[in-house]
Design a binder for this molecule. Structure first.
Ligand code: HEM
Ligand code: CA
Ligand code: MN
Length: 355
């Protein structure tokens, strides 16, 4: 191992490899300006963007896309015609100015920003970052990004064609622990997928297993199935993606999904490993340089086991795994139905979030 560090041109940082210097500076900018060291909306959307760029790849036909190559930013006008990419324009708009401020490719920017973003979320693992993605020369074909209303076998086939098993997909879906929809429900923003959208915890794996009671619209929106944690008067309840529900119950993935409930450590490992793969889809890693050192140390997990949200309980569990795996015994949060915070600081009114 090379233990010498080089002094970076910015006069502030040192790096194991000169090629990593720019990422140390970029991390500072992302943290202080773009994300404000917070696991908020902009961080969530930056993480989502890593997937929507990288999944534009097909082993069956490599002409369809270059994977994690920045094409979604470089050819935004084309790729955003795919309805599966609804909403990713916000992340692209946030990040695009950095392309002119830092000497980096669009693909590197997207994957690096996602890895820095998630470090702000309590309980996220420290992700890897390999530098050196050449800029995309053509857009990815439309139709490569899974949609929540797609049949689960179609989703698995699409993921397999990009190199991911059902287990790896479940690992990636830990991301839906810090996720809210802006586009699926008419006239609604930031509808959360679990009761703790600013904490990278296993609540998503638990709450998707609870019997549905209420959808956000009647009938449910395309890609939505009813969720258990309802809309209290003061704020909005959560929604379930049809795809998360189907993946939680498919025989290909249901036992693994269920096993992640209250297993923070295993969730972190599987998310870490699958993200390492996702970040280099379509890339020749032998030509890349490991700049993981530029990723900030993540905020540690909150020391709280998974719990049934207030007003729910084990009687609502729908378990389809037929292997004899005991389900963890979990407490139920006390009090009236859970009110899900809308801001990272715990405020329940989206209009009051610090920007
Ligand atoms: C079967 C595959 C997947 C489907 C169908 C899916 C679908 C969706 C949908 C419909 C939304 C809401 C977008 C909106 O309305 O604003 C969303 C949000 C999100 N997804 Fe996924 N997703 C999938 C996999 C992934 C993966 C692999 C990642 C990981 C990198 C990811 C990360 C996120 C994040 C972080 C958000 C939240 C964005 C925000 O809060 O603004 N998703 N996903
Ligand atoms: Ca969560
Ligand atoms: Mn959003």
């Amino acid at each position: 191992a090379n233990f010498r560090r080089v002094a970076c041109p910015d006069g502030v940082h040192t790096a194991t490899n000169e090629a990593c210097c720019v990422f140390h500076s970029l991390a500072d900018h992302l943290q202080t300006i773009t994300f404000n060291f917070t696991c908020g909306e902009d961080a969530h959307e930056a993480l989502r963007l890593t997937f929507h760029d990288a999944i534009g790849f097909s082993f069956m036909n490599e002409a369809l896309g270059g994977g994690a190559d920045g094409s979604i930013m470089i050819f935004e006008d084309t790729e955003l015609m795919d309805p599966a990419n609804n909403g990713v324009d916000d992340a692209i708009d946030n990040l695009r100015p950095l392309l002119t401020m830092f000497d980096i490719s669009a693909g590197d920017l997207i994957q690096f920003a996602g890895a820095v973003a998630v470090s702000n979320c309590p309980g996220a693992p420290k992700l890897e970052f390999m530098a050196g993605r050449p800029n995309a020369t053509h857009p990815a074909a439309l139709g490569l990004v899974p949609k929540p209303e797609d049949p689960v076998d179609m989703i698995f086939a699409r993921m397999e064609d990009a190199g991911f098993s059902p287990t790896e997909l479940v690992g990636l879906l830990a991301s839906h622990s810090i996720a809210r929809s802006d586009t699926l429900i008419d006239n609604r923003q930031a509808v959360p997928f679990d009761s703790t959208p600013f904490t990278f915890d296993t609540q998503i794996f638990l709450e998707v297993l609870l019997a549905g009671q209420e959808s956000q619209t009647l009938p449910a929106a395309a890609g939505e199935v009813a969720a258990q944690v309802p809309n209290p008067l003061v704020a909005q309840g959560e929604m379930r993606l049809q795809s998360d529900f189907a993946i939680a119950h498919s025989t290909e993935s249901n036992c693994f999904w269920q096993s992640l409930v209250n297993d923070q450590n295993n969730m972190m490992i599987h998310f870490h490993d699958a993200m390492a793969k996702l970040a280099v889809v379509g890339q020749d890693t032998s030509k890349m340089i490991d700049c993981s050192e530029a990723i900030p140390e993540p905020v540690p997990p909150v020391a709280k086991p998974a719990t049934f949200p207030a007003g729910t309980g084990p009687e609502l569990l729908q378990l389809s795994c037929t292997e004899n795996i005991p389900f963890p015994s979990l407490a139920t949060d006390p009090g009236q139905a859970t009110t899900i915070p809308e801001c990272p600081d715990g405020d329940i009114n989206l209009n009051d979030c610090p920007s």
